[in-house]
Design a protein. Structure first.
Ligand SMILES: Nc1ncnc2c1ncn2[C@@H]1O[C@H](COP(=O)(O)OP(=O)(O)OP(=O)(O)O)[C@@H](O)[C@H]1O
Length: 233
């Protein structure tokens, strides 16, 4: 089990308002699309030459100011973005809590979503049935589990997503700053479950602005600034 990054760079093209305007698109179509604005495309480099070697048992905090590249890095690990330059090698099954709505059907109930996400996580239907009670209990959502997920608050969706995603032992768990969401008692419960997960030796990657929390949970801190790693401690 490992996460290995070699000189990873991720870029996003930024289109200015002029290029995006309807009039410009029409004009471009009317001239056979010959007006080329490529030279005006600005690229933002979200990650610049990132090198990482993360191994089994590592609990890693990604630390940095807004826009330093934490989310982009997590999304590359989750396979959402491919590097424009460089190479990524991930050994192990990645479970991501980056976007709790991802893989949830808002029209389906909490119970139905447990089954859906369970399948998505690679569980067999009978394995999922065996976990339903535990997930329901952990989520503390009670009767809401019979209601469509669109009626949930964002904290409730997160509880459900966390309960489902951690009902199996994930190998690599990616999280955004979700832990600050939810009430105190749920936070403690979630943290206890995370400790159990880490004790069973997986990899945890965690973006956070909360120093006290990262000191308690993580054994490695990666400091990012303007898309670059400035320090690993
Ligand atoms: N899809 C995108 N299109 C264009 N630029 C992007 C995109 N995603 C990220 N960026 C840019 O990349 C940089 C890093 O963003 P990222 O979201 O990774 O930062 P972050 O450290 O997670 O910030 P925060 O703490 O605010 O969540 C920022 O300058 C951002 O504007």
């Amino acid at each position: 089990m490992h996460i290995f990054f070699k000189d990873v760079t991720v870029r996003f093209p930024i289109y200015d308002a002029k290029q995006r305007s309807f009039r410009q698109t029409l004009l471009s179509a009317a001239t056979g699309g010959n007006i080329n604005h490529d030279s005006k495309i600005t690229m933002v480099e979200s990650l610049k030459g990132i090198n990482l070697d993360i191994r089994k048992g590592d609990r890693v905090a990604l630390i940095g100011h807004n826009g330093s590249g934490k989310t982009t890095l997590l999304r590359v690990m989750a396979g959402v973005y491919k590097p424009d330059i460089g190479h990524v090698d991930i050994q192990g099954k990645v479970t991501s809590l980056l976007d709790s709505q991802l893989g949830m059907d808002p029209e389906a109930t909490g119970f139905e979503n447990m089954r859906l996400r369970g399948l998505f996580l690679g569980l067999k239907p009978n394995q999922i049935e065996g976990k339903i009670d535990e997930i329901a209990e952990f989520s503390e959502l009670g009767d809401f589990l019979n209601m469509p997920v669109r009626t949930y608050s964002s904290g409730m969706v997160l509880r459900l997503a966390f309960a489902i995603s951690t009902c199996i032992q994930p190998e690599i768990l990616l999280m955004d700053e979700w832990i600050s969401v939810g009430d105190e008692s749920f936070k403690h419960k979630a943290e206890k479950r995370l400790h159990e997960f880490v004790d069973n030796a997986g990899i945890l990657i965690f973006a956070s602005h909360d120093h006290e929390l990262t000191n308690r949970v993580c054994n490695k801190k990666i400091h990012l600034e303007h898309g670059k790693i400035i320090n690993i401690e």
